[in-house]
Design a protein around this ligand. Structure first.
Ligand SMILES: *[C@@H]1O[C@H](CO)[C@@H](O)[C@H](O)[C@H]1NC(C)=O
Ligand SMILES: *[C@@H]1O[C@H](CO)[C@@H](O)[C@H](O)[C@H]1NC(C)=O
Length: 375
């Protein structure tokens, strides 16, 4: 794309949406093209008859909208815009400013105002069409022949095999274009250069395949067909610091903190592409601990809850044991005793288990205080 198309639209023509009897909204342009992340001002002014049937007119409401279902939805109350839309209203100026533009902001924007006259509301329609574009960088491809057949040589360019231009170099948009380009010396079109093209969609793989267990060695591999050959960068999550600048990202002993999403970016001088992969590191139960509630003295007849906690991936199953008995009392995280008796006194232990292992808590001793009843 020609970058000049992205330059700010000159404010030459005023586009007035004329209503009857002096009601109007004027936009400074009907189409605006702006760059992603930039700020745009959609220029606007409006007018209305100051009196009607001998009654003065007062403006009660002014708003911009893009959606109009039952009623126009005020951009200031519409979540995607609430922080980025700014009404620069001043007298008859109704300019809308949108900051930090996103491609999704491409839409038709309309201004509306409401007065206290009966039927005294007016919408400037058609509105202003905003197009938000990404900034494309360009790369120049050059054609070279190893022997100078003609001086100066003249070249022929091919895009996806079709002849396009007779130039010595060619401008190509980087990103979003999966075309391939090749060239030939004019007059010798039978001898074409190898095609150059941006990386094809990347193939991201994990070895070994299957479950990823903490402490194991894991390798993420990224590959993409490209000419010139692609270079690679691995990132974790939204972190811009590269984890690896190689086709592989190697974890010699993977830790659970390394779970997350990894993105591989493949690029060459023509373009770039990327893909992500999620890693879930599994581990046996750790930090198995028990707590008793209530934590103060336990007297006969009261109720008591023992709770077991652990850290495991996948989540652990819990078992409670008493006095060294091999048979669990219960297969639950919590052991509740509603009316505790003296024979419930003893040593309790919790075990947490997943398919990777089993860990036992320290013992907890429960002593039930007897109540002596005197007749
Ligand atoms: C609108 O409001 C103005 C100012 O409050 C008032 O003077 C005028 O009479 C009102 N007009 C109507 C049609 O109610
Ligand atoms: C992706 O890479 C894996 C491992 O190298 C390979 O088995 C698979 O065929 C590749 N898939 C594609 C679509 O290239």
């Amino acid at each position: 794309m020609d970058l000049s198309a992205l330059a700010p639209t000159p404010l030459v023509l005023l586009h007035t949406v004329l209503g009857q009897n002096g009601w109007s909204v004027t936009y400074t342009s009907t189409h605006i093209c702006a760059l992603k992340k930039s700020t745009v001002d959609i220029g606007c002014s409006y007018s209305y008859p100051s009196t009607r049937h001998n009654m003065n007119t007062a403006v009660q409401k002014r708003l911009w909208f893009i959606k109009n279902k039952d009623e126009p939805l005020d951009l200031k109350t519409y979540a995607p815009y609430s922080r980025r839309a700014e009404y620069r209203f001043h007298e008859n100026d109704c300019t809308l400013r949108i900051t930090d533009l996103r491609e999704r902001d491409s839409a038709e924007y309309k201004f509306r105002f409401v007065t206290n006259q009966s039927d005294g509301s007016y919408t400037g329609s058609p509105g202003v069409t905003l197009t938000v574009r990404r900034l494309l960088s360009h790369t120049e491809l050059q054609c070279h022949s190893s022997c100078d057949v003609i001086d100066p040589p003249s070249y022929v360019w091919y895009k996806n095999g079709q002849k396009i231009e007779e130039e010595t170099s060619l401008r190509v948009s980087v990103g979003g274009d999966d075309s391939s380009y090749s060239c030939a010396v004019k007059g010798h079109e039978g001898y074409r250069s190898a095609a150059v093209y941006a990386p094809k969609p990347v193939n991201v793989s994990v070895t070994p395949s299957g479950e990823i267990v903490e402490g194991n060695s894991v390798t993420l591999t990224c590959s993409s067909d490209a000419n010139p050959a692609a270079k690679y960068t691995w990132y974790k999550g939204n972190n811009n610091k590269p984890q690896s600048v190689d086709t592989q990202l190697v974890f010699t002993s993977i830790q659970r903190s390394e779970s997350g999403q990894y993105r591989c970016r493949a690029y060459n001088s023509v373009g770039a592409t990327s893909d992500t992969i999620s890693i879930h590191v599994k581990y046996p139960p750790k930090f198995v601990s028990v707590s008793v509630s209530p934590s103060n003295e336990i007297s006969e007849g009261s109720s008591v809850t023992l709770t077991c906690s652990s850290d495991a991936e996948p989540r652990a199953n819990h078992f409670w044991y008493k006095d060294g008995d091999q048979t669990p009392l219960i297969n639950e995280r919590q052991l509740s005793i509603t009316s505790i008796q003296s024979f419930d006194s003893g040593e309790y232990v919790c075990a947490a288990e997943n398919h990777l292992g089993r860990t036992t808590s320290e013992s907890i001793f429960i002593v039930v205080i007897c109540k002596f009843l005197y007749a």
